[in-house]
Design a protein around this ligand. Structure first.
Ligand code: KG4
Ligand code: ZN
Length: 411
């Protein structure tokens, strides 16, 4: 078992005795035998330390998560070394909790699956080092996981969804539209040219000082915007959705964020208040921002659906759009997407909110999917590194840049 030495700030391998001491704290059921494949999933790519044990049938046997949101809200964003330290402090406890809740002994696991990309290097490193120690100790196969692949496949744990399907991943770090043709076969249709929608909502929430709002102080930026928007009137502000003339399926949020920032500054002047205090029009701004973001996301998704339909890429019947990632828990954005799917005879599917945000279940499930498909199961972890950047030109993420961009779509 891996122990973090706080003084030295490094990982070290403890003695075998120490490992058995730690494992002594698990509550196993010795007579129990599992017929299904069992995977332990570990996620540390961003600001959640999460682990889960999932079986082949999609049963979540045990899960645990430690969220860093409150800490990062106070510092006004994620500071990578702080996130790393919190992952180090929590990973052992979280993995132990997930295993104990599942009543699965590490010996009974079929494999250990861990996010290795994309994400913050310092955060990914904690999960990967910890996993390597477990893999080494229990002699288990290792399955490296692409965080976005895991988000995309989560729906196959909760619903019966066959390939191919369209996926929209919208979170704090990512924004992409892809055609999912297989477990590890993605055709990228569009992505954000700058920041992700969750990042933008977090920045707007910070600029509006929503952390000081009594109803929003513990919420992520996106959630705070959604909450406040319910009390506001979106018609009091008129923000235009970005890229209205762009004949592709890409997204952009930083220009819109700039316009909103300017509007907030102007309102502060009008209301005679200093930055850091809450505007009386904050709820109206939140409602208008949410509406504009929802329109932009819905329009780009509409283009992607039309493109896939025109090309016969989605199959003839039961066309499915899956929406996942933290921002997908926003019910207003879901409603906008529902209008698009209704108009295009598609079915909109979203995992439940707790599986839309980062979690260990999606990593474990991705491990099960890869085990079943016989893809990327490693018996030797030598040379495996974490990869902070999103790789869209690899085999698994084929880019369709020449697709929707070149072929003009009716929209
Ligand atoms: O998927 P996630 O947990 O982490 C990654 O970024 O990978 O997503 C977190 C993001 C944050 O930016 C947060 O503000 C946003 O999802 N978010 C929301 C809502 N809940 C979380 N955005 C809009 N509406 C929400 N209800
Ligand atoms: Zn995520």
């Amino acid at each position: 078992m891996l122990i973090f030495n706080k003084t030295a700030g490094v990982f070290f391998k403890p003695s075998r005795r120490k490992i058995y001491e730690v494992l002594g704290s698990f509550h196993f059921y010795p007579g129990k035998r599992f017929l299904h494949k069992l995977v332990l999933g570990i996620e540390t790519s961003c600001d959640d330390t999460a682990a889960a044990v999932v079986d082949e049938a999609g049963n979540v046997l045990g899960e645990a998560i430690h969220s860093q949101t409150e800490v990062h809200l106070k510092t006004g964003g994620i500071i990578p070394p702080v996130a790393q330290q919190l992952h180090r402090e929590n990973i052992q406890r979280i993995v132990q909790e997930a295993l104990s809740a599942s009543a699965v002994s590490p010996h009974e696991l079929s494999a250990i699956a861990t996010t290795i990309k994309p994400g913050f290097a310092l955060s990914l490193g904690v999960g990967l080092s910890f996993s390597f120690q477990l893999v080494d100790q229990f002699k288990k196969p290792f399955i490296p996981i692409h965080h976005m692949e895991a988000h995309a496949l989560t729906i196959r744990l909760t619903n019966k969804v066959e390939f191919p399907f369209l996926v929209l991943l919208i979170s704090g770090g990512h924004c992409l539209l892809a055609l999912v043709r297989g477990v590890s076969d993605f055709l990228l249709l569009g992505k954000s040219l700058d920041i992700a929608p969750g990042d933008m909502l977090d920045k707007v929430a910070r600029r509006l000082s929503l952390i000081k709002h009594p109803e929003c102080s513990t919420m992520s930026g996106g959630k705070a915007i959604e909450h406040l928007a319910k009390q506001g009137n979106r018609l009091h502000f008129d923000f235009q959705p970005p890229m209205q003339r762009a004949k592709n399926c890409d997204f952009s949020f930083s220009g819109l964020q700039h316009v909103i920032d300017k509007m907030i500054m102007q309102k502060e002047k009008e209301e005679g208040i200093e930055q850091g205090h809450i505007l009386s029009s904050a709820a109206d701004i939140a409602a208008a921002v949410q509406h504009t973001v929802a329109c932009h996301i819905a329009k780009r998704t509409h283009r992607a659906i039309l493109f896939c339909k025109q090309r016969g890429l989605l199959g003839q019947s039961n066309t499915v759009l899956v929406v996942s990632g933290g921002v997908a828990s926003n019910l207003y954005i879901r409603k906008a997407l529902e209008i698009v799917t209704n108009a295009t005879q598609c079915t909109l599917l979203c995992p439940p909110p707790r599986l839309c945000t980062d979690n260990g279940v999606m990593i474990a499930w991705n491990g099960i999917e890869r085990l079943r498909a016989g893809l990327g199961i490693l018996h030797n972890t030598e040379g495996i590194r974490y990869e902070p950047k999103m790789e869209t030109t690899s085999m698994t993420w084929t880019s369709a840049a020449s697709g929707p961009s070149q072929h003009q779509l009716p929209c």
